[in-house]
Write a protein that binds this ligand. Structure first.
Ligand code: UGA
Length: 454
């Protein structure tokens, strides 16, 4: 919305939310999320044609077009728990719009939703009976965190699905102010909703595919980065999204695939559901494999050993930790009674502790006393990488932050126990140089005895 406001100064954009502290943060100098370049965009438009407030009813009344951008987390209860999307917030929004709208409104689904949700939204909008009329459009978002600003300024495509050509054209006109028309695709509602889930499923599938191969590389002596480079030069495959890692994270991939799986099951397509579910299973395997490898390499015990954890966010250039592989690897190491010193340039202590507590929480929603104590006594959150590594038996790179590449590894080596293990979950570091310093390197898709030739 900030980008629309920036690019279209004559269109007033009201961002509204029920959460007052969050709105206060959007109105302050400390935005509630870290995203490179976002501050400048907000600063340019805020107070001109971009406002943030909690006056939801008023904004609905004043607007011609309303974007629903609430979260749609995976259900944790009832039918479809663990797979289906929780549409409670979407429904509440639709009802609030219906209660406050007058005349004609275009309602745009920006949240990622299961296919055919637009139909439910339409019915709810129509059923409150206050006399307003509505068109519903689907306009899924394809930006990635960390690169959001350039993704929004110069997207590969914008997708708009709907039934009314007039409504579609109105939204096209907004984007067309800075995006070439040929990159604005229009489809029917269901294709648009399904394309969003499918895009994320395909992207995640690429990561799971290369991660599956990384296990084979470790077993055979092939090097996964060399394999990626070799296959990526085939123009049909392409080089992007082929970086093997400790596992994909983020708020979207797993949730959207599980959504797709649930949808397939709903329509009786069991084989299709099983096919896509495997992408998530492979990701769980990759995270588990990494923590198991740490334990195994460190003489089958990490109990009471200090391990420095470099990075906690699910990728670089964001402070988002949702579904970050680091959470699960740290949880597994804690259960092995390791002592963890965690550092992330953008993620704070409170978030890290909350994520670990949530990951340790059992299905019945309870954190055991033992795990609460482990999180309290065995986790320290530190202020830099040197502190994380000081006196440690190992350091593990969990997020590919640029700064981890530029550390003084000679100094780190001096401060660590021997053997000084490095577990590179992102294949970020210069392994050759580090082993010359004396480190024992374990990296994704690399066999420790057979080093790559580049
Ligand atoms: C993803 C999609 O890329 C966006 O197009 C989509 O709009 C967004 O989800 C969404 O649905 O909102 P995002 O989750 O922000 O974006 O980040 P990605 O860059 O896709 O990374 C996801 C995860 O995959 C990260 O943990 C990343 O480290 C991992 N990854 C990515 C790899 O392990 N290897 C790769 O080659 C690429």
């Amino acid at each position: 919305m900030a980008m629309i406001a920036k690019q279209c100064p004559e269109i007033p954009v009201h961002v509204v939310d029920l959460n007052q502290p969050r709105i206060d943060a959007w109105n302050s100098d400390q935005l509630p999320i870290y995203e490179p370049g976002l501050d400048a965009v907000v600063r340019e438009a805020r107070g001109r044609n971009l406002t943030f407030s909690t006056q939801v009813d008023r904004a609905i009344d004043e607007s011609d077009m309303i974007f629903i951008s609430v979260n749609t987390p995976t259900k944790t209860f009832g039918i479809g728990a663990g797979r289906a999307a929780n549409l409670e917030f979407i429904e509440k929004c639709a009802r609030q719009i219906a209660r406050n709208a007058k005349g004609h409104k275009i309602v745009v689904e920006k949240s990622t939703l299961p296919v055919r949700t637009a139909e439910a939204v339409k019915r709810i909008l129509g059923s409150e009976g206050y006399g307003a009329t509505f068109d519903v459009l689907s306009n899924p978002e394809f930006l990635a965190e960390g690169t959001a600003i350039s993704d929004l300024l110069d997207p590969d495509r914008v997708l708009i699905g709907g039934e009314s050509n007039e409504a579609i054209e109105t939204l096209c006109d907004v984007y067309a102010r800075w995006i070439p028309r040929e990159r604005i695709l229009t489809t029917n509602l269901w294709s648009s909703e399904l394309s969003k889930l499918t895009a994320n499923a395909f992207l995640a599938q690429r990561v799971s595919s290369i991660n599956a191969i990384s296990a084979l590389c470790e077993a055979t002596g092939a090097d996964v980065d060399e394999v990626s480079r070799a296959i990526g030069t085939d123009s049909r495959i392409g080089p992007k999204f082929l970086k093997a890692s400790v596992g994909f994270g983020g708020s979207c991939f797993q949730k959207d695939i599980l959504n797709l799986v649930y949808l397939c099951e709903h329509f009786g397509l069991r084989d299709v559901a099983a096919y896509w579910e495997q992408v998530v299973s492979m990701n769980d395997y990759q995270k588990r494999r990494f923590s198991e490898r740490i334990v195994k390499t460190m003489f089958n015990t990490v109990s009471d050993k200090k391990i420095g954890i470099l990075g906690f966010a699910f990728k670089k250039d964001t402070n988002d930790t949702r579904e970050s592989a680091a959470i699960y690897v740290c949880r597994d190491l804690l259960r092995e009674r390791a002592r963890l010193a965690i550092y992330d340039p953008r993620v704070g202590e409170q978030q890290i502790r909350a994520d670990l507590a949530a990951a340790c929480t059992e299905l019945n929603g309870q954190l055991t006393d033992h795990e609460r104590e482990l999180i309290q006594t065995n986790v320290t959150v530190v202020n830099d990488s040197y502190e994380a590594a000081d006196g440690a038996h190992a350091v593990a790179v969990m997020t590919e932050w640029d700064e981890f590449r530029e550390l003084d590894y000679a100094k780190i080596y001096q401060s660590m126990h021997r053997p000084a293990f490095v577990f590179d979950g992102r294949n970020l570091l210069d392994h050759e140089a580090l082993s010359e310093l004396g480190f024992e390197i374990n990296a994704i898709g690399k066999c420790p005895e057979r080093r790559s030739r580049n």
